[in-house]
Write a new protein. Structure first.
Length: 401
């Protein structure tokens, strides 16, 4: 008997189909690229950081003194009266009062002796000689060439001191400083309550006609942008001089500033960014450290009569992390001189920021012998610097900038 062999599947007809494009994106290659870029960022970020390895001593069980969180206020009026925290003192006991304030600061629990961090040297005299060599002959001093006259035409102050002819201008001065306990604050609000930065902004907000500010690191935050906007609503002219991206020795701090400069411009703030190339080519701007091509002075002039000079930057670190100090001096003569210095810097060694005609992007404007120079990108910046900032900035909290 013949058997028919049944071939399974033979009855099915398989038809070829033309493959169609899928609307789903294959994100695997994109993820691989992002991981590679993240690894590059993690590898290059430490190269931008500078520091010294230290070993802090262990905390000891010592009785802690109650912290006095009030600020230190030193006042010297044009009538030559001196007060410390509104307590009148005479010339005779001023030194002892200031010495007490200094000792209270450096003997606070938040301050460590250098020996406790770096260790004691076996030969203190040799350590002293090494220190003097670094200060007097180190790289940072070799890069400074002191000109015979400064930007305003004055000679070195050492010549005046040696000759006993020190020229002074008189005015009312107030000095203020943070307390060391600020660094132990458990919240940003607590730190701000002890911050010298608040004194600066309080004085700025009291201005009636004009504010001129020089701040190397400028990260105003939304609150600062609003404060400057409020000044403009009162027709107070606000001019700010800060470092450009190329001049900034902390690129991440520039990224924090760049987040707010558009809004500052929209609020009518005049912004100038210092150019390292232009400051080196400017023969008139002969200041110590000019070869570095960056801004370091923290100053402000209010209503052409009150001058601030100190360590406070308009950034989160000065507000809640660092301990700062400063002096406000009501002296129109001094204010005039400080404005002259800032004007020379901003007009001859800086770029002025403005919007393009369509208002969608920024331009950097400068003037040289050939006329106006208009740039559409951050000036004097390499592609690697742009790449590094683009990928590093989102990972750094603004509070740490």
């Amino acid at each position: 008997m013949a058997h028919a062999h049944k071939h399974f599947g033979a009855e099915k007809v398989v038809r070829g189909e033309t493959p169609h494009a899928s609307a789903d994106m294959n994100v695997t290659p994109l993820i691989d690229v992002l991981l590679v870029l993240l690894i590059i960022f993690m590898a290059t970020l430490p190269l931008t950081q500078r520091g010294v390895d230290i070993n802090l001593p262990l905390e000891t069980k010592t009785p802690t003194q109650p912290q006095d969180n009030t600020q230190v206020m030193l006042e010297y009026t044009n009538s030559r009266q001196i007060t410390v925290n509104h307590q009148p003192v005479t010339i005779g006991d001023l030194e002892s009062r200031l010495r007490d304030i200094f000792d209270a600061y450096w003997n606070s629990p938040q301050v460590y002796p250098v020996e406790a961090i770096l260790g004691e040297s076996a030969d203190r005299e040799e350590a002293r000689r090494d220190f003097d060599h670094l200060v007097d002959d180190g790289e940072q001093m070799m890069s400074v060439t002191v000109p015979p006259f400064d930007i305003l035409g004055y000679g070195p102050i050492s010549d005046d001191l040696d000759s006993g002819r020190l020229g002074l201008v008189w005015g009312t001065a107030v000095a203020f400083a943070d307390q060391p306990a600020k660094v132990m604050s458990t919240s940003a609000e607590m730190a701000r309550s002890m911050s010298a930065r608040m004194n600066v902004m309080d004085r700025v907000m009291e201005s009636k006609s004009e504010v001129v500010i020089s701040s190397p690191y400028l990260i105003p935050g939304s609150t600062g942008v609003q404060a400057f906007g409020d000044l403009r609503k009162r027709n107070v002219k606000v001019t700010i001089l800060t470092n450009s991206f190329a001049a900034n020795d902390e690129p991440l701090a520039h990224a924090g500033y760049a987040r707010y400069r558009v809004e500052l411009l929209r609020n009518g703030i005049d912004i100038y960014e210092l150019s390292p190339t232009r400051i080196q080519h400017n023969e008139r701007l002969m200041l110590p450290g000019a070869s570095l091509g960056r801004l370091h002075a923290k100053t402000a002039v209010i209503d052409q009569s009150t001058v601030y000079i100190g360590s406070v930057n308009l950034d989160p670190r000065s507000e809640s992390l660092n301990t700062e100090l400063g002096i406000f001096a009501r002296c129109p003569e001094l204010a005039k001189e400080v404005i002259r210095v800032i004007n020379i810097s901003k007009l001859q060694s800086s770029y002025r920021l403005r919007f393009t005609p369509d208002g969608r992007s920024l331009e950097w404007l400068a003037t040289d012998d050939r006329g106006d120079v208009v740039l559409s990108q951050e000036p004097e910046v390499t592609p690697f610097m742009r790449f590094q900032q683009m990928w590093a900035a989102p990972f750094v909290p603004e509070q740490l900038l």
